[in-house]
Design a protein around this ligand. Structure first.
Ligand SMILES: [Fe+2]
Length: 300
């Protein structure tokens, strides 16, 4: 299978309070506001013009999860495959600026993915703000009632590879061309986006972010711990739109795409298994509850 997706792209979130949500991401994650226009605020942690777009809307929701394609021909190929599978094409115009080509597709259960050519690298090489030092938006984790239906889309339409799974396919993780263990993950649940994740320079960034949450009279949802699938140190908090944000350090790289075989992790009641946390503490019972539904448009 030839990869059509090179790396994680962006997330576009509709929110009643773009300014408040942007301040939250700047304070806690350390993102930089790169641009404001109309009712949109753009944020990034690196040279890309945007990794997160916050768009004013009455109701919170996810307008799209963006994946960067290998090139324009890969966008064309994804479009061709989506049409042949009778998936709905929402738009062939990019959702945001500084992106040449894109296709926005409605997946089974309503998730919306934009496959796009690279967002322009218009910013400084690295943003070092006063707080945490995010390196890049790393992955997203969707929820869907049937994980295997989305597995078909990710592998057959997007050319992604299964990196790990749980024995009953309650959870699947998928990688793309850049070799990080996962760029997309999905677990069984009500449809929506459970979390979006950022990669950080070092563990001290995670401590700084947890301290920032204390200053805001908030707390982590779970962590720190170390995932089995992906091997990254993690912690999570809930953003103002009831979507979870993951802070990640050190995700595994799969150096040989051809030889790697997906692992299958055992899962049991209570989730106190090594696949989800090598260090042992299980997630809170409410961990899977938050999430943002996908929406097709903003509402006035
Ligand atoms: Fe994650």
């Amino acid at each position: 299978m030839t990869h059509l997706i090179r790396q994680m792209g962006h997330v576009a979130i509709a929110t009643p309070d773009p300014a408040g949500s942007a301040a939250d991401l700047a304070d806690i994650v350390g993102l930089k506001v790169t641009d404001r226009r109309d009712d949109r605020i753009f944020l990034s942690s690196n040279q890309r013009h945007h990794e997160v777009t916050l768009i004013r809307s009455e109701a919170p929701g996810v307008l799209a999860v963006g994946l960067e394609a290998i090139d324009a021909a890969a966008v064309d190929e994804v479009t061709r495959r989506a049409v042949s599978e009778n998936l709905e094409i929402l738009d062939e115009k990019p959702l945001g600026p500084y992106t040449e080509r894109a296709v926005r597709i409605v997946l089974p259960f309503g998730s919306i993915v934009e496959v796009h050519t690279p967002v322009r690298r218009s910013e400084g090489q690295r943003h070092i703000g006063p707080g945490a030092r995010a390196r890049r938006i790393e992955h997203v984790n969707l929820k869907a009632p049937d994980v295997l239906v989305l597995k078909d889309v990710f592998t057959k339409l997007f050319g992604m590879q299964l990196s790990d799974r749980t024995a009953g396919d309650e959870f699947n993780w998928f990688r793309c061309h850049d070799g990080y263990h996962h760029t997309l993950a999905v677990f069984r649940g009500e449809p929506g986006l459970h979390h979006y994740a950022f990669d950080f320079h070092a563990l001290e960034d995670l401590a700084g972010m947890a301290d920032t949450l204390v200053l805001k009279d908030r707390a982590l949802l779970w962590g720190p711990g170390r995932h089995g699938a992906g091997g990254n140190v993690f912690q999570y908090y809930v953003d103002p739109n009831n979507c979870v944000v993951e802070m990640s350090v050190g995700m595994d790289r799969i150096e040989n795409d051809e030889l790697y075989e997906a692992r299958t992790w055992a899962i049991s009641e209570g989730l106190a298994d090594r696949w989800i946390n090598q260090w042992g503490s299980p997630p809170p019972a409410t961990f899977t509850d938050p999430g943002l539904p996908f929406v097709r448009t903003v509402t006035a």
